[in-house]
Write a protein that binds this ligand. Structure first.
Ligand SMILES: Nc1ncnc2c1ncn2[C@@H]1O[C@H](COP(=O)(O)OP(=O)(O)OP(=O)(O)O)[C@@H](O)[C@H]1O
Length: 302
């Protein structure tokens, strides 16, 4: 698989603020990657360095094997940043035609109009009169204008209603299916889990984790089997302690919770122990719990 982006040991300092600290990763062609992290984690700073809008204080960023400033790299890259600014005194249709004209192989006009999500009457409106959500639709279309191979989106769905959000992700799914490489920054765990095949988890300027949503979950998600039993907690703990599949067993809110990486093995252990257990439930863990835990652990580690 071709590497499209190579980030090596990148740091970015603003005066005394270390925004990005020793980050490295490579991005394969055709992948959809979420940069996930809390406010101030360094996602936008990292995106800006990949787009050539900021220079790293240390380390290197290459795109398609070249500098982010290279003209051919710019022609192959599209971006929608958090703030979408539109040109004043130009109508939507004029902006779309103008920006298409910047590129050697632009996307066709009708596809761009579709990406805006705007009604045809809105194409004749001045762009600075559009609503915030409509401006984001236009910003999305402009990111696609050059028919780019690589797309960056910074918090793309903030301020969009459910319909616009769905339309955005439907189009992104279509782009991914065509083999485009996509990187997006988000706070939304569900979006990262649903849309990305890889998550780069940022916290305090560093990479706290890097993997598929499942890998990230498998590494730190707390899976458990919970059940009701007439036996007391101490004797249950004692009887389960001989089964290595069960990491811990505690009474919480009236239920016994047996923590385990593999809940099938935990179930087998509970049955093998002969403990009377009923109303058994399996909790596979949630990515947002994993996210909170990773960020907390990372905070403690630095
Ligand atoms: N131009 C700048 N001057 C000074 N500090 C900056 C600048 N840009 C970013 N920072 C600081 O760098 C840190 C990382 O900011 P960044 O915007 O990259 O985070 P983020 O993960 O994108 O956050 P958010 O999710 O809130 O957009 C923050 O502490 C921020 O205040």
């Amino acid at each position: 698989m071709d590497t499209v982006i190579e980030v090596q040991d990148v740091c970015k300092t603003f005066k005394d603020k270390q925004a990005v600290n020793g980050v490295g990763f490579s991005i394969a062609q055709g992948s959809v990657t979420a940069m996930l992290g809390p406010n101030g984690a360094g996602k936008t700073t990292m995106l800006s360095m990949m787009l050539g809008l900021l220079e790293p204080t240390k380390g290197s960023v290459t795109m398609f094997g070249r500098s982010p400033h290279d003209k051919t790299v710019r022609e192959r890259t599209g971006a929608m940043l958090q703030e979408v600014s539109v040109m004043e005194r130009l109508k939507v249709s004029e902006i779309l035609s103008l920006v298409r004209g910047y590129y050697p192989h632009p996307l066709n006009y009708e596809q761009l109009v579709q990406a805006t999500g705007l009604a045809s009457a809105d194409l004749n409106r001045y762009a600075d009169k559009l609503s915030v959500g409509q401006k984001r639709g236009l910003g999305f279309a402009l990111a696609l204008a050059g028919n780019p191979d690589l797309l960056f989106f910074d918090e793309p769905t903030v301020g969009l209603d459910i319909g616009a959000r769905q339309r955005f992700w439907d189009i992104v799914r279509g782009l991914a299916a065509q083999g485009k490489t996509i990187l997006f920054a988000t706070h939304y765990l569900q979006e990262a889990e649903d849309m990305a095949d890889r998550i780069l988890l940022f916290n305090r300027g560093a990479l706290a984790a890097d993997g598929t949503p499942d890998e990230i979950k498998a590494g730190i998600v707390k899976r458990s089997v919970s059940f009701l039993s007439p036996l007391d907690e101490a004797s249950i703990r004692l009887r389960l302690s001989v089964y290595p599949a069960i990491k811990d067993c505690r009474l919480r809110e009236g239920r016994l919770h047996a923590a385990a990486q593999n809940t099938d093995e935990a179930l087998a252990a509970i049955f093998a122990s002969g403990i009377p257990a009923h109303d058994i439930r399996i909790d596979q863990g949630r990515l947002d719990d994993a996210f909170r835990e990773l960020v907390m652990n990372h905070k403690e580690a630095i």
